[in-house]
Design a protein around this ligand. Structure first.
Ligand code: ACO
Length: 329
């Protein structure tokens, strides 16, 4: 009997209304549109409203993805949510989304792989579907980064934005088939990007609050060096497993952390600009949501045709990284 494949049947995103431009940020910190754009490729980012959360944004994207797939919430067996900005430490954001969309049959779990969460999630989904444990899975990436960013720290506040995306992934069918995938991690460099307080190691206190230890801290320069090398490594392994040369790729859909990282990566594989998905100018770094948001934009604009090969690659806190090769069916 032929082995079943995991296929992304539908993909949808939710981006908050409010736009924060580089010019707006110059009123908060000592920066400029010129610095931000030339160093990162970012022009603006979306910021969630006070009454929007990882769960509510994720639920909006999930409802759209289900509608597109012509499925009911009751068809979902499992909900996996990737987020580094959950509503609560407990319960999981997946449980809240399960409640909000009424997917009462579904199991629900969060995964924490920072910006690599979508690629980590796809890999888990592939394993669950190919082993016939589950048939229909909702994978959601949702991030309210603005709740964890210190808007007096110019090193971080210019980089991040908010947003969510959701995919319905089923056994076989029409869409984007998950061909090969590779994941990596290195906890040795876990201190390069952190939210230090709020966990059991440094529980919330007036000191942790005064010292802004509940906000995201990062060593951008060091992360930059790891990002290109790690994604290159993952891409090589993923393409080799599929026996596919980089020249056959229709699209590279990289994590959107910095346009200079993306350009360096594309150059290493001689992938021309018009085959690289870019959304960083409009939405900045939405952590694990960048890749599915970029993928949705390609689909929405009819830029993925049957039998196209699409390579996703991610890098983020942990450190974590990965690559996943998709084929349009
Ligand atoms: N505006 C103006 N000047 C600034 C700003 C700003 N917003 N931010 C920093 N600077 C200054 C610095 O203070 C420094 O000044 P100094 O030389 O007087 O000390 C100078 O600009 C250069 O700073 P660098 O940190 O060296 O700037 P760099 O070119 O490295 O860009 C950036 C910083 C954009 C953060 C970059 O390093 C980067 O993108 N790193 C990778 C981030 C990443 O991949 N993160 C992982 C994924 S995210 C996740 O997992 C959630």
């Amino acid at each position: 009997m032929a082995k079943s494949s995991a296929v992304i049947n539908s993909i949808a995103s939710y981006l908050p209304e409010k736009t924060l431009t580089n010019h707006d940020l110059t009123k908060l910190v000592d920066t400029s549109d010129e610095w931000i754009f030339t160093r990162t490729g970012i022009r603006e980012r979306r910021i969630a409203a006070d009454d929007e959360f990882a769960s509510s944004m994720g639920a909006k994207a999930a409802r759209k993805a289900l509608e597109q797939a012509h499925l009911s919430p009751l068809d979902i067996d499992l909900i996996i949510v990737s987020t580094m900005t959950p509503d609560y430490l407990s319960p999981s954001t997946a449980a809240l989304i399960q409640r909000d969309i009424g997917a009462t049959r579904a199991a629900a779990v969060d995964i924490g792989a920072a910006c690599s969460g979508f690629v980590y999630g796809l890999t888990m989904v592939k394993a669950f579907i190919e082993s016939s444990i589950y048939s229909t899975i909702l994978l959601v990436s949702t991030e309210k980064n603005s709740a964890f960013v210190d808007y007096t720290d110019r090193n971080t506040c210019v980089i991040f934005g908010d947003g969510a995306a959701a995919c319905v992934i089923s056994r076989d069918g029409h869409g984007l088939r998950i061909k090969t995938t590779h994941l990596g991690a290195s906890g040795e460099e876990s201190d390069l990007i952190q939210i230090p307080a709020g966990g059991c190691r440094l529980p919330a206190s007036s000191t942790s609050f005064d010292d802004k230890l509940h906000c995201l801290q990062m060593n951008g320069k060091e992360l930059f060096k790891h990002a290109v090398r790690r994604m290159e490594e993952a891409i090589n392994i993923c393409l080799k497993a599929a026996d596919v040369p980089a020249s056959s790729l229709r699209w590279l859909v990289p994590h959107q952390a910095n346009i200079r990282i993306i350009d360096a990566l594309a150059k290493r594989f001689s992938i021309p600009e018009d085959r690289v998905a870019i959304t960083i100018d409009m939405f900045a770094n939405t952590s694990s949501s960048t890749i599915p948001i970029a993928l949705e934009k390609l689909q929405q604009t009819g830029q993925i045709a049957s039998s196209d090969l699409v390579l996703l690659t991610a890098f983020g806190g942990g450190l974590t990284w990965g690559a996943t090769l998709l084929e349009a069916t």
